[in-house]
Write a protein that binds this ligand. Sequence first.
Ligand SMILES: [Zn+2]
Length: 175
Amino acid sequence: MKNNYIPQKIGIFVWRTLRGRIPVRVELDRRGIDLDSILCPMCNDYIETVEHAIISCKVAKDIWKAIYNWWGSNPPDNASLSNHFSGSGRDNLPGGNKKIWQAVEWVSGYFIWKKRNQKIFRNDSWASSKVVSEIQVKTFEWITNRSRRKSLEWIQWLTNPINLGSPRTNNREPG
Ligand SMILES: [Zn+2]
């Protein structure tokens, strides 16, 4: 899994997630690790599978919804992990923006998992809005540093990420 707009560790996280290889409680239990509970630590309502932690938990759903809304759409119904991480359904994005959208999706999954770990290991409950801003800040920082979009402006990133134009026209004076 490669997307050179974002750090490699995030590609590795996505790769592991798609193979069910992140340490959710049901997997730890399967490996014989003795846990007090195999319920999701975010909602305490469902067994924590990979799919649940990253996608179907209400906490994850709220974050995905905010991220999709930021990009002018809604999350697809019953999207699978691979739907979320493949940029599917967004083939009509202009220019090279599909790769940017994919980067946003990967970083979102990564931060949903990070929020979960903050809660478990540091007993620190990040608000979902804080996670969403963190995703926006980090993707902006990474994409402006790693792609040719050095001139991308923060306000444009926040308000209209789907119409960034091509990197070349980005540098040109308007008109
Ligand atoms: Zn949950």
